[in-house]
Design a protein around this ligand. Structure first.
Ligand code: FAD
Length: 369
């Protein structure tokens, strides 16, 4: 155990607690939220990123009530909400345009990612030391730190160096396209077209946020990527055609779909949070949600901790199964959404579930037999 400096306790007068030196690699949603919460508890935090710039494209994330409670704990919920939209419901649409279900939004806030990051970064206490550098070797990061936090995303160097080659992110043979347009959304929906999916949600300020998954295909430039998307999904539904008509290469981003196989997120004094621990398919919209919950759980586990390893074990016990549950669920939804040959049966089953949900939300009774 390294030397333990002590500071005044937050837990009561006359008691002392250990001030930890916490080094965090990655200033995305997970790392910035963790830095804000851990520093607010009086620990020394260093936050490292190769690029503290805002994401160039303002696509939206859905944040559900548990993530909103973390934002409230950081003190930024009002600021985040001020730049968000909050749709009441959306439709799940099957092949051929049949509405399979009308789904309540679950009180989600749709937040442009740059706005979320800006709010989190403004909340960082001034004592947090920020270092801009591209890390190539993890070993020096462990020196002088009581805890090293890997918040370095999908292709985490910390995960690779500590957990080995088996923990490398794996591709799913799919391409994800995301974009925004200035026009209002023609509807709020996710269409499962049979081998592809296309989502349309509102964007703060009146525009549209859209996302699509298609079988892997990369053109030399974004214009070619958009042209390919129009070939795959064009003509299936008027709402999708309208969104694609308004889309432009400069307002579109394209990447492969990768996830990480299950790893226990703690080794010695190193802990993984966010995508570094459990990068998941985007289909349940929970990557940033779990990243925020990880940050809060880590700050809680470290608060008042006298010994690091039991504290990190508490963190793992709290988050590992929950995070893996979301990862697994997202993958199931990915496969359901992208199903091609079985899409007819899938849509029939979902149509039944959707009608039952609609009846329940209207308070209808089943007819007496
Ligand atoms: C299409 C799509 C839609 C999504 N929709 C939603 C949604 O609706 N709701 C939701 O909750 N989530 C959604 N997500 C997921 C969400 O965006 C991510 O899960 C979340 O942003 C992960 O945050 P993070 O902080 O863990 O990682 P990241 O945001 O990837 O941050 C990692 C940081 O580490 C830095 N870094 C990495 N390596 C190094 C290095 N070697 N040296 C220095 N710096 C380094 C990077 O610069 C970066 O800033 C979606 C994802 C996709 C692909």
């Amino acid at each position: 155990m390294r030397d333990a400096r002590r500071g005044p306790s937050s837990t009561g007068p006359g008691r002392f607690r250990r001030v930890l030196r916490v080094r965090i690699l990655g200033a995305g949603v997970a790392g910035t939220a963790a830095a804000a919460l851990i520093a607010a508890a009086g620990h020394e935090v260093e936050l490292i990123d190769e690029d503290f710039a805002q994401p160039a494209l303002g696509t939206s994330l859905a944040l559900f009530p548990p993530a909103q409670r973390v934002l409230a704990r950081i003190g930024v919920l009002d600021a985040v909400t001020a730049g968000a939209t909050a749709p009441r419901e959306g439709r799940l649409v099957g092949r051929g345009g049949r509405v399979l279900a009308t789904l309540p939004s679950g009180e989600a806030l749709l937040v442009p990612r740059p706005h979320l990051l800006a709010c989190l970064r403004r909340a960082l206490p001034s004592e947090v030391r920020r270092r801009r550098m591209r890390v190539q070797d993890v070993r020096p990061l462990r020196r002088g730190a009581d805890v090293l936090v890997g918040a370095d995303g999908l292709h985490s160097l910390i995960r690779l160096s500590g957990w080995g080659e088996g923990a490398r992110a794996r591709g799913h043979g799919m391409t994800i396209l995301r974009g925004i347009t200035p026009q209002a959304p023609p509807e709020i929906s996710e269409t499962w077209g049979g081998g592809w999916l296309f989502g349309i949600t509102p964007l703060t300020g009146g525009g549209t946020n859209w996302f699509a998954s298609v079988p892997e295909h990369r053109a030399p430039d974004r214009e070619g990527d958009l042209a390919h998307l129009r070939e795959v999904v064009g003509g299936a539904r008027a709402a999708i055609d309208a969104v694609l008509e308004a889309s432009a290469p400069a307002r579109t981003t394209v990447h492969g779909l990768f996830t990480v196989s299950p790893v226990r997120p703690v080794r010695e004094d190193v802990v993984l949070i966010g995508d570094a621990a459990h990068a998941m398919a985007p289909n349940l919209g929970h990557g940033a949600n779990t990243a925020l919950s990880d940050a809060a759980a880590l700050a809680t586990a470290l608060d008042g901790a006298q010994r690091i390893r039991p504290a990190l074990a508490r963190y793992a016990a709290r988050r590992h199964l929950v995070d893996q549950g979301w990862r697994l669920g997202s993958e199931v939804m990915l496969r359901a959404g992208m199903a091609d040959g079985l899409a007819g049966g899938r849509d029939a089953a979902l149509g039944g579930v959707g009608r039952a949900l609609a009846r329940r939300s209207r308070g209808d009774q089943e007819p007496a037999r």
